[in-house]
Design a protein around this ligand. Structure first.
Ligand SMILES: NC(=O)C1=CN([C@@H]2O[C@H](COP(=O)(O)OP(=O)(O)OC[C@H]3O[C@@H](n4cnc5c(N)ncnc54)[C@H](O)[C@@H]3O)[C@@H](O)[C@H]2O)C=CC1
Ligand SMILES: [Mg+2]
Length: 345
């Protein structure tokens, strides 16, 4: 999963880069993006030749491909400009684009919300549809989903950060959209994410999954909770497990992390934790969770085979979080480890 590299995999990726006297393309791309964040004129110049992903009221534009899949079209600046002009907007909207990255082909990437234009008209001109991010996220494969999630998160942040919370005066963005500054006090604001710890608890043989009443039918996931101010990852993890299911954690292993756009931007820190097999009795906090249960390897293995969510009237079946979700990644890691240890027994 490209968006979630474990430290070991990160190390392996780094090891693959050939040692050269010049910057690797990764290094030069990262430095390029950083320069665009700091230099408005360079960013504006990059926008003229960059790729733009369109959103309408935070829903990304998707196109059907010939293979029956979906993709977000990366439009070039001049095309977006002519779409805007054709639909009666003056060209200034283009400058509202927010920098989201740089492609492997060294193309600066931006996103732009055209929510002030008629949705159907833009869809017709561009030959696509604006699809809610929650749906888009699961229609897309590969790196496009996290890229759109990042774009939506930044666009949302700009739309909700127009005024300084200290002075009430308007804030002004830099060209890249990586910060906003209060026009009166000079206070600088940066985009925000809420840190969340997500943990797959195991007693050595089984893993612990829970569901909230708002989850889709049959779906169980790993325990998760927002970090309180001042807490470490470990403190949040132990507190959340204690609060939600009444267990005390013995050990913690960090796995990987993920930006999660729903309902707003969370920074998911994924871990595994073990508890003593002698203390597995659950005391579920039913104000937070509808249910929490231990699941063995066999149950998880068959749940991983379920390809469509259970419908109303279907027999109850365990449904696991989708591939893009870090919860799925943690469950896969646990499953692989259990398989290896069962073979070794
Ligand atoms: N990507 C993935 O695989 C998964 C992601 N998640 C995400 O993790 C997040 C946290 O999980 P929960 O069990 O709901 O958290 P939680 O157990 O901390 O409970 C949520 C409650 O925490 C409080 N809270 C404290 N700080 C908050 C903040 N910064 N933003 C919002 N609420 C805050 C609110 O009262 C809220 O109702 C969810 O937003 C969910 O979307 C959850 C499971 C899987
Ligand atoms: Mg929770």
């Amino acid at each position: 999963m490209a968006a979630m590299l474990s430290p070991l995999r990160m190390l392996l990726c780094a090891a693959k880069c050939p040692p050269t006297r010049h910057c690797s393309s990764f290094v030069s791309r990262m430095r390029y993006v950083n320069r665009l964040k700091e230099d408005d004129a360079s960013c504006l110049a990059a926008l003229q030749s960059g790729h733009i992903f369109l959103f309408h009221r935070l829903s990304p534009l998707l196109q059907h491909t010939e293979r029956g899949t979906f993709r977000p079209p990366a439009l070039i600046s001049s095309d977006v400009q002519s779409v805007l002009e054709r639909l009666g907007s003056d060209g200034s909207l283009l400058k509202e684009s927010v920098l989201i990255g740089c492609s492997e082909q060294n193309q600066a990437q931006f996103c732009l919300d055209v929510g002030e234009l008629d949705q159907a008209a833009v869809e017709e001109v561009c030959g696509g549809n604006f699809v809610q991010l929650r749906k888009s996220y699961f229609l897309l494969t590969g790196a496009e989903a996290p890229l759109l999630a990042k774009g939506q998160a930044l666009l949302r942040w700009h739309q909700t950060s127009r005024f300084c919370s200290a002075t009430g005066q308007p804030t002004l963005r830099n060209q890249a959209g990586s910060q906003r500054v209060c026009s009166s006090s000079g206070i600088v604001y940066y985009p925000k994410m809420s840190p969340v710890v997500i943990v797959l608890v195991s007693d050595g043989k089984r893993c612990l999954l829970a569901r909230q009443s708002s989850f889709p039918r049959g779906m169980y996931s790993a325990l998760a909770g927002f970090c309180d101010m001042g807490e470490s990852l470990e403190e949040t993890l132990c507190r959340e497990v204690a609060e939600e299911v009444g267990l005390e954690v013995q050990s913690i292993f960090y796995s990987s992390s993920q930006h999660w756009p729903f309902p707003h931007s969370s920074f998911m820190l994924g871990c595994h934790a073990t508890i003593s097999p002698a203390h597995t009795q659950l005391d579920v906090d039913h104000t937070e969770l509808e249910d929490a249960r231990w699941f063995g390897l066999e149950e998880i293995t068959s749940a991983l085979q379920v390809k469509t969510p259970p419908r109303r009237g279907d027999p109850p079946v365990l449904w696991l979080p989708p591939k893009h979700a870090i919860a799925n990644h943690l469950i896969m890691e646990w499953t692989n480890r259990q398989r290896v240890s069962e073979v070794g027994e």
